[in-house]
Design a protein around this ligand. Structure first.
Ligand code: TMP
Length: 198
């Protein structure tokens, strides 16, 4: 089973993924947990470039770098572990690219989806947990943090990303499950287990 977690910055994905990992560990279920961009030597190096505030790049290059990191992760980590029957938990996957690079940066939607197909080679998440917080709450949660290149993109950009995620939830209701992330950490965790039927 392949599970991805999505949400705007500050939605609490890391906390909830940790709780899910603890739960699976206690249940004796085999799993791996990775983040995007990242999870391989190449993808971690690409991540450093993508998040570096000193580096500027065209939107097309940004899109292609996220996809390049994903292709490596698919071949080296996600596919082999799914073949071994493990649960794969991924902190962000291609819905982030659709939300940030297509809805956010304005890259053509169909082209972006075609590129995902090319990148993932028929590997798709079975379920996607979308942790929903408001833009105001996101801004509040990342305010004190030193902002990376993506987080420096400005309010207008984040509004488009936020709206993009809401669109994606509507477009793929069977796969993407929206969870209210303004709730208590414990309630959110229980709602996630319910949605995943774990
Ligand atoms: P993170 O902060 O969740 O680790 O993600 C890194 C940043 O990269 C975050 O601001 C979201 C952004 N991102 C994209 O813009 N496109 C993508 O495809 C992915 C995976 C992340």
């Amino acid at each position: 089973m392949f599970i991805s977690f999505e949400g705007i910055d500050g939605a609490g994905k890391t906390t909830q993924i940790e709780l899910l990992k603890n739960y699976l560990f206690k249940m004796g279920v085999e799993f791996i947990s990775i983040r995007e961009p990242g999870g391989t030597l190449l993808a971690e190096k690409i991540r450093t470039i993508l998040l570096d505030p000193e580096i500027s790049m065209p939107d097309r290059a940004e899109l292609l770098l996220f996809e390049a990191a994903r292709a490596d992760l698919i071949d080296k980590v996600i596919k082999p572990n799914l073949e071994k029957g493990k649960i794969v938990i991924c902190d962000r996957f291609y819905d982030s690219t659709t939300a940030y690079q297509s809805y956010g940066r304005g890259i053509d939607f169909e082209k972006t989806l075609d590129l995902h197909e090319f990148t993932v080679n028929n590997i798709h998440p079975d379920k996607t947990i979308f942790l929903n917080i408001s833009l105001e709450e996101s801004a509040r949660r990342i305010r004190s943090k030193r902002k990376d290149r993506m987080e420096q993109s400005g309010d207008e950009f984040f509004k488009k990303v936020y709206n993009g995620f809401q669109e994606l939830v509507k477009k793929y209701p069977n796969r993407i499950k929206m969870i209210n992330a303004n709730d208590s950490i414990k309630n959110i965790h229980e709602n996630i287990l319910n949605e995943l039927k774990l």
